[in-house]
Design a protein around this ligand. Sequence first.
Ligand code: CP
Ligand code: NVA
Length: 299
Amino acid sequence: MLTLKDLTTDEFRFLLDETLKFKGNRAQHVKDQPLRGKTLGMIFQKRSTRTRVSTETAMVELGGHALFLGKDDIQLGVNESLFDTAKVLGRMVSGILARVFDHSDVEVLAKHSGVPVINALSDLFHPLQGLADVMTIEEHLGKLKGVNIAWIGDGNNVCHSLMISSIKMGMNIHIATPEGYEPDSTVFDYCKNNASSSEQVRLTYDPIVAATDANVVVTDTFISMGQEAEKQEKLKKFKGFQVNNQLVQHADKDYIFLHCLPRHEEEVTDDVIYGEHSVVFDEAENRLHTVAAVLKNVL
Ligand code: CP
Ligand code: NVA
């Protein structure tokens, strides 16, 4: 599972239903231990709180074992190539979860390891986050079809996964970015070509246009991991893209606010992220239930 493009709409729906079952009856899965005897190698080339903790917890609850392979723990990148790492891990573990810089790295792992590979965030996609976001939207709004999402900020990996989720599950997404920070053009073209209408995925440079009547307002850090050198320039370019009380006045009165976390103050104010419309901690919890559903069905 390298990107949500890999799922059909039926498979997406199936995984969401599995997720709801897991959340509704966590104790039963812990009792059933469906992953008894399975192991997951977790390659992390970047930091993580939610992805690491949710995956390790889910592996244990489902009866399996997770091996944390951080950048200082294994030979990869220092003494050993990705190809050899893929070959060796594939001889030992039941599956690999990997957080990488270049998306092509998860493709190499998938091609050469011979075991299922789950993308735990690359420069292009964050599919596990996308699943949790969709689960959270359905949980709070009671539906997905016709829901209007406003993405405010950087056209990044999390945005890409939400764009793909939108076209798979019948939601509309209006993306407001500064010029030069639009979503990747190949992801945008894929979404446009697979959208049910020309209105389903739209771009604007005006946050108010995107936020108007939105049911879901969502943002992410302006400075993704690995972009620290661009921080000063990006902060200048992203002025006016903060989600604050003025901006959310334009959203639907029952809107919900999402953020994958970790958050920084520049992209959202405290009164929005800790306000009554925010569901960010449900969204974080849902990372556990979604990854459990993925692991149970992929490994
Ligand atoms: N949202 C998310 O992936 O968080 P972590 O970087 O803490 O895993
Ligand atoms: N876009 C962020 C998401 C972190 C979970 C990053 O890539 O750093």
